[in-house]
Write a protein that binds this ligand. Structure first.
Ligand SMILES: [Zn+2]
Length: 203
């Protein structure tokens, strides 16, 4: 199934290991782990279809947290004639889509999901040196990585140290491969323009 903000849920989302009864449609099938969601209305399992169809809308449950303050700024800059009220409403709708129809992501800390050009970015996967080399148009992954840091982590980052000491040498191709790592890099691409952003955190 296609999730706008999560490119490879089959590899990187938080799934329950065995087929489970979905709390929303009752079918026994492969489900995302309810424990991986945040909020005050816990549940055990949700299937892909129910998540995509919006079963979590109107609930105090969310898969992640959008950088809504930044999104509001971007939307206002795109439509300067619109009132702040209408911009904020639109930002709220887009954020609701992100937080309540996106598969759960494994992270060490809580952080804000990057946005660009008035929409949230798509999570591509966990960063590694080979991934940045592959994403860099000129093949210079190190420079590309350094320029990809999202504004929320820019000031906290010793970019040389991160590249040298923390970025995995091998491609991370599953959640199981990411989980044991002390430092994780989350790689995103904008909906338009192909801008790549990195957020990172530590256990
Ligand atoms: Zn379901």
């Amino acid at each position: 199934m296609h999730f706008k903000y999560f490119e490879h849920p089959e590899k990187f989302a938080v799934w329950l290991k065995l087929p489970t009864r979905c709390d929303f449609c009752g079918a026994e099938k492969r489900c995302f782990d309810g424990a991986a969601f945040l909020g005050s209305e816990p549940f055990t399992a949700i299937c892909e279809e129910c998540l995509l169809a919006g079963a979590l809308r109107e609930k105090d449950v969310y898969a992640c947290e959008g950088d809504i303050a930044e999104l509001q700024k971007q939307l206002q800059a795109l439509k300067p004639h619109k009132s702040a009220g209408s911009v904020n409403r639109r930002a709220g709708e887009i954020t609701d889509d992100l937080e309540r129809t996106t598969p759960p992501i494994f992270t060490h800390q809580n952080w804000y999901w990057p946005c660009h050009g008035g929409d949230y970015c798509t999570f591509l996967g966990y960063g590694s040196k080979p991934l940045y080399h592959q994403l860099a148009p000129d093949g210079d992954g190190e420079e590309f990585f350094k320029n990809s840091l999202y504004h929320t982590v820019e000031d906290l980052s010793d970019v040389d140290e991160l590249w040298e000491e923390s970025l995995p040498e091998q491609t991370i191709d599953s959640l199981a491969a990411a989980k044991p790592l002390e430092t994780l890099f989350y790689v995103f691409r904008s909906q338009q323009g192909g801008q790549v952003y990195t957020v990172w955190d530590r256990r």
